[in-house]
Design a protein around this ligand. Structure first.
Ligand code: 8IG
Length: 273
């Protein structure tokens, strides 16, 4: 079945509205207040933030499809928070490197906005450039550099990206954990990791974190009027910063080791939003 988002004559916002309607029908929750995309290492957090009301396979919702990478879960969950609000958890992220186009990459964010979510929490597993960060360190994203040469915005849509990663929400996160460091996230296309020279480039242009997601999603979230919190789990030091070669297995292991701490962190942040 062809994904409707890959048909250039379709309207991505209409498909997001259809997806939101399907989520309302399949979860029984008419509107969501906050949405989360859980990247590598963050999946367990969903269990801690509240009571899961419904779990829906992402493939039952217009515009979504099965994920390409082991360790990413293809489901959408509705969670009732202790304060009575509802969180939409997007476990299925489409990455830009999959080559399905940027509309598919940001469909989860646009769907979240169409369900009523006013806050978008974007999490990821990423490489760290700051040598003081050990694998397993969560950091706040303070800003990004989009190195994909792409944008989710179509036509002459000029969107301001000042304070894209909300300073208010970063302050909320620091009320929970005052030791949280922050950094500028560089989104590369991937799926290869960077060369050490590319990591040095990222460092020289002001980057601290390297990854393959989040920036395009944040742009779409801002376009949709949501307030954004970005969190990276540093699962490895970026190529050349660490002496050993990078491996996906190591990345998954670092995520597992940090899971309990970062899940609790995220749950406590959400309780304060
Ligand atoms: I996890 O070192 C993870 N994702 N681009 N570089 C890039 N993406 C990543 C990395 C990394 N680690």
């Amino acid at each position: 079945m062809q994904n409707p988002l890959e048909n250039s004559s379709s309207n991505p916002f209409e498909i997001a509205a259809e997806a939101a309607a399907a989520i309302a029908r399949l979860t029984g929750v008419a509107n969501h207040d906050i949405a989360l995309t859980l990247g590598s290492g963050w999946a367990k957090a969903a269990d801690l933030i509240g009571e899961t009301v419904a779990t829906v396979p992402a493939t039952d919702i217009p515009g979504f499809s099965a994920p390409a990478v082991a360790g990413h879960v293809a489901s959408i969950r509705s969670i009732k928070l202790p304060n009575g609000k509802f969180a939409l958890v997007l476990g299925a992220r489409t990455h830009f490197y999959e080559g399905h186009g940027v509309r598919r990459v940001v469909h989860g964010v646009r769907t979240a906005a169409a369900t009523g979510a006013k806050t978008m929490i974007l999490t990821n597993g990423a490489g760290g450039i700051k040598e003081t960060w050990k694998p397993g360190t969560p950091v706040l994203i303070s800003d990004h550099i989009n190195l994909t040469a792409s944008s989710p915005l179509e036509g002459a849509t000029f969107v301001d990206l000042t304070d894209l990663y909300s300073s208010r929400l970063r302050a909320v996160a620091r009320e929970v954990d005052a030791t949280l460091d922050d950094g500028v996230y560089c989104q590369f296309r991937g799926p290869h990791y960077e060369t050490p020279a590319e990591v040095q480039m990222a460092k020289h242009i002001g980057g601290h974190i390297v990854g393959m997601s989040t920036a395009l999603e944040a742009i779409a979230a801002r376009e949709s009027g949501m307030e954004i919190l970005g969190l990276s789990l540093i699962t490895n030091l970026a190529a050349g910063i660490q002496k050993e070669p990078l491996s996906h297995a190591e990345v998954l292991q670092a995520g597992k080791d940090a899971e309990v701490r970062i899940s609790a962190l995220l749950a406590q942040i959400i309780a304060k939003i």
